[in-house]
Design a protein around this ligand. Structure first.
Ligand code: SAM
Length: 354
């Protein structure tokens, strides 16, 4: 992909199509998981005034006090939930993964659009009532952490997703979520690496700054390892900005609705090694390629650079994702040991929590 080839920020007005699909439930049983607090009061909770209204079913259920550690900022504007569903272009019977259904406001719109939904919720206080609220509809609720460590999606989630996709006869699934900001980036990177079942399209909300990183072009301030890893695997675009005031409790920053369309011609590569390579290179983003390569990989680095005919006076941040993966493949083929010796990635909070 050439540097600066296209603007990736699209502000698009999608027609709302919520509430169109029939609701013929399959009455499938809900999967069950393990953790999540059972009590409402928690020392690291937001104040009780930030308790979100629940979706309208059941009327008697009161949402628990939101927890910071689970990034619980609930979208209060139904029009935004309908916008996300419309952008995902849901057709009757599409399989949709929703990570973090919370009180079910987005889940409700997905079901109304005709989707078969697998919802994965870490907080049992929310997962259990959600199952009851939508009993008999095309919804499975898995109470689990969607991530199994930083580099892996929860196997139970992938297993349940595979079974749902297989049963539906679809070629893959869509992913629509208002993501918990603190784990949004690892979720996105891991989801785009998933080989099976196939991700067809993702429409998710992230912090505005993270959204900018996902779509940044070479040379831009926000361009870096996360955007490069995402852009290698998918076409990424920002659909719209979502003001912080649309969430309860209000986060410190605005959000972005992001669309990701996975590329289907991607040749598999060592993703962990590439992530380490990017982190090493971007730790010196203001230095020239020549200095970076010599500093990190010595003569082998310089030889690789010359063999590719790249302008040595460029900075790493000027290289496109496809140039960077090519460079990585070359340097790692020269010596696996060299890559193993790369300095550890910088510890930097790229998702940021508030
Ligand atoms: N979808 C709801 C909405 O739009 O109002 C809630 C979104 S809220 C930003 C994020 C949700 O993700 C919360 O319900 C939270 O409990 C859940 N969550 C946080 N971390 C999670 C994880 N690792 N796996 C699954 N769910 C998670």
């Amino acid at each position: 992909m050439a540097a600066g080839s296209r603007p990736r920020i699209m502000i698009t007005d999608f027609p709302s199509r919520g509430g169109t699909g029939p609701k013929t439930g399959t009455g499938r049983s809900a999967a069950s998981g393990s953790h999540g607090p059972d009590t409402i009061a928690h020392p690291r909770a937001f104040s009780r005034e930030t308790r979100p209204p629940t979706c309208d079913r059941p009327e008697t259920w009161r949402a628990p006090v939101p927890l910071k550690r689970f990034g619980q900022h609930f979208l209060q504007d139904p029009a935004i939930n309908r916008f996300l569903v419309a952008a995902a272009d849901i057709a009757q019977g599409d399989v949709v993964l929703e990570i973090g259904p919370g009180t079910g406001a987005l889940t409700k719109e997905l079901l109304a659009a005709g989707a078969t939904v697998l919802a994965v919720e870490i907080d049992r206080r929310l997962a259990d009532p959600l199952r009851e609220a939508f009993a008999g509809e095309r919804l499975d609720v898995l109470c689990a952490d969607a991530l199994a460590g930083k580099r892996k999606l929860a196997p139970a989630m992938i297993e349940a997703l595979s079974a749902t996709v297989l049963q539906s006869g679809r070629s893959g699934f869509k992913w629509v979520s208002n993501l918990p900001y603190n784990v949004a980036t690892p979720l996105i990177v891991n989801m785009l690496s998933l080989q099976s079942p196939r991700l067809l399209r993702a429409v998710v909300t992230v912090q505005w700054e993270v959204g900018r990183r996902l779509v940044a072009n070479p040379g831009e301030r926000s361009y870096g390892p996360i955007g490069i890893q995402v852009q290698l695997r998918a076409e990424a675009g920002i659909l719209r900005r979502i003001s912080a005031g649309s969430f309860l409790p209000r986060p410190k920053v605005d959000g972005a609705a992001v669309i990701l369309k996975p590329k289907d011609n991607l040749v598999p590569f060592d993703e962990e090694g590439f992530a380490k390579f990017l982190n090493s290179l971007f730790a010196h983003r203001r230095k020239t390629l020549k200095r970076c390569m010599a500093m990190i990989w010595g003569d082998a680095g310089m030889d690789t650079l010359r063999s590719m005919g790249l302008d040595e006076s460029l900075r790493p941040e000027r290289l496109s994702p496809s140039q960077l993966i090519e460079l990585y493949k070359k340097i790692s083929s020269v010596s696996a040991t060299l890559c193993a010796l790369m300095p550890p990635p910088r510890r930097k909070n790229i998702s940021g929590t508030d």
